[in-house]
Design a protein around this ligand. Structure first.
Ligand SMILES: Nc1ncnc2c1ncn2[C@@H]1O[C@H](COP(=O)(O)OP(=O)(O)O)[C@@H](O)[C@H]1O
Ligand SMILES: [Mg+2]
Length: 243
């Protein structure tokens, strides 16, 4: 435990920017993340594109377990697997990138566990918030864009082989969607966008939001980035006392 507390103490001041795309399955996260990354790179910015669950070798292995339709996983085990993936992803990929001053674009992060495991699986928000905070080392995205689509849209988008979560029924998907809409109102730094808009309109809207943030940080100058004092995701602050 002392080791974990030390790690949180040592969390470096961040220089980069952490952007997350959230939303129900097939809401367009992968599509818009790729477009955003391309737009930002086109402006000469240093960007990494990553995803949850995944983003490291271990976390991608956990992803394969989580999304395997043949795997039987109880909700609490599912939550711990997502959090294990998040801890590794945050420690190995996201924090080092932010420290180097890179922009990190991630498909999903901690809000997904609030929506899926907290609300749709019914584990409740408090336990998920607690584990999120531990697994993310206290890191909070600078901006979360939630792509909102009605449950009915899922069936009308192209379908390949459905993963374990995508095989859940419409009642589950409706809970996920309602949870995201409600979390968008309460979680800081979150913007709800209409995921049914045409791709290009969405791309421009998302880029506009990100550019507004970039202009506050100085990252858009392509100069060595300044440390973001007072950034919502800055330096840890997580204490695991009491043992
Ligand atoms: N704005 C949109 N309007 C219509 N179809 C879309 C839109 N965005 C994405 N799609 C399509 O929906 C499907 C799911 O998109 P994807 O980006 O893979 O979603 P996610 O990563 O959220 O599961 C893809 O076939 C994609 O081409
Ligand atoms: Mg995707």
């Amino acid at each position: 435990m002392a080791e974990l507390a030390d790690l949180h103490e040592l969390m470096p001041p961040r220089a980069g920017l952490f952007l997350v795309l959230e939303g129900p399955d097939k809401s367009g996260k992968s599509t818009q993340a790729a477009l955003l990354v391309r737009s930002l790179r086109g402006r000469g910015l240093d960007v990494i594109h990553t995803r949850e669950p995944g983003g490291t070798s271990l976390a991608e292995a956990v992803r394969r377990i989580l999304l395997n339709p043949k795997q039987n996983i109880v909700p609490l085990a599912e939550l711990f697997l997502y959090e294990a993936s998040r801890a590794q992803h945050t420690h190995e990929t996201i924090l080092p990138a932010l420290k180097r001053g890179q922009i990190v674009v991630s498909e999903r992060y901690a809000m997904a566990s609030l929506a899926y495991q907290g609300c749709a699986r019914g584990l409740g928000l408090p336990v998920v918030r607690t584990l999120n905070r531990v697994a993310s080392f206290g890191l909070v995205p600078d901006l979360t864009l939630v792509l909102d689509i009605p449950e009915s849209e899922f069936g009308s988008r192209p379908r390949g082989r459905l993963d374990r979560i995508e095989r859940e029924g419409s009642a589950f998907r409706k809970k996920v969607r309602d949870a995201y809409r409600s979390l968008s109102r309460t979680e800081p730094g979150t913007v709800l966008v209409n995921g049914r808009m045409p791709l290009e309109d969405l791309r421009r809207l998302i880029l506009k939001r990100v550019e507004a943030l970039l202009s506050k940080t100085g990252l858009h100058d392509c100069a060595p980035p300044p440390a973001l004092k007072g950034s919502p995701s800055g330096g840890g602050g997580l204490r695991l006392g009491g043992c």
